[in-house]
Design a protein around this ligand. Structure first.
Ligand code: GLV
Length: 308
């Protein structure tokens, strides 16, 4: 078999990824778009915003493995409808997301930038902290569930909003519009982990902010386009929100002229909340290929016609 690794934006990592395959004992040829390979020999496609658009010569593909948990980058990739597609998921991805969310919540509560500034100036800047107990997680997929359960263990009062009800230890499950309204009204922190679909594009916008009653902080670790960026600064200015911790953006890298960079109550990080561990993605892709060859569905299957 042969493997195609088609990942836009990760060009500097591709040689290392090829080496990872070898290190894991996979001796099958690994190709990058533009190299001299026979498309018909490709059985496994590892993809992140793939650049190949015409798949008609790829007659032997058995599996498309997304490099990330999100699959919005695959929706317009033009794959034939019968190709099995799987998302990446695993313990390392969950752990990294949990660590980012917990770190940023703590950083916000301690006002860490203020403390760093104070240390730079050798000032003993004691302050009360900015606490808050009520967290609403938007989206209870694998990552949302891990975050929700971890925050509950830490003593937060956690609710999670999802399409279907979920049973999670210490987490209140909310569904539908009434559930969302109830969660928004009491939240001190909103954490977005919804997949990007036509239903969630721009969902985090003025209509939602108008239903918040406790000036929450919004943390976006899902997808940038779920947040209506133009509605954010107005919501901060009128006090519907008190801050935004953003790791994902509609355009990445975030353009230097974006006002988000310089607002005092917006923190920007460069889509770093939960990075896929290459070895874990490769291992899952090979296991999944084995399953598909055996006539079984891959782990973490995706239905692109449902957008997630
Ligand atoms: C990262 O954004 C992912 O989809 O895993």
């Amino acid at each position: 078999m042969a493997i195609l690794v088609d990942m836009t934006g990760s060009e500097s990592r591709l040689d290392a990824i090829k080496t990872d395959f070898k290190r894991l004992g996979i001796t099958d040829p690994v190709w990058l778009p533009g190299e001299d390979y026979d498309p018909a020999s490709i059985e496994l496609v590892l993809a992140w915003k793939p650049q190949v658009r015409d798949w008609s010569a790829y007659t032997g593909v058995k599996l498309v493995q997304s490099w990330g948990a999100g699959v919005d980058h695959l929706l317009d990739a033009g794959f034939p409808a019968d190709w099995p597609v799987a998302r990446f998921m695993g313990q390392s991805l969950k752990d990294r997301m949990v660590r980012y969310v917990c770190a940023q919540l703590s950083n916000w509560q301690l006002d860490m930038p203020r403390l760093v500034q104070a240390q730079n100036e050798k000032r003993w800047d004691w302050h009360d902290g900015r606490w808050g107990e009520q967290v609403l997680i938007l989206g209870l997929g694998e990552l949302g569930q891990s975050v929700a359960e971890s925050l509950a263990v830490q003593g937060y009062k956690v609710s999670g909003w999802s399409q279907s009800p979920k049973k999670l230890k210490g987490v209140e499950s909310l569904t539908g519009k009434p559930g969302l309204n109830a969660g928004l009204a009491r939240a001190d922190y909103l954490i977005n982990l919804l997949p990007l679909t036509s239903a969630t594009r721009g969902l985090l916008g003025s209509e939602l902010w108008a239903r918040c009653e406790r000036q929450p902080v919004i943390m976006n670790v899902g997808r940038g386009a779920s947040l209506a960026e133009d509605d954010l600064i107005p919501a901060l200015e009128v006090g519907q929100l008190s801050g935004a911790i953003l790791d994902v953006f509609e355009t990445e890298p975030l353009p230097s002229q974006s006002p988000l960079w310089s607002h005092p109550n917006i923190w920007v990080t460069p889509h770093i909340a939960s990075i896929s561990d290459p070895s874990d993605v490769i291992r899952l892709s090979i296991d999944n290929l084995r399953q598909v060859r055996a006539g079984e569905p891959p782990r973490y299957p995706v239905d692109l016609s449902r957008e997630y």
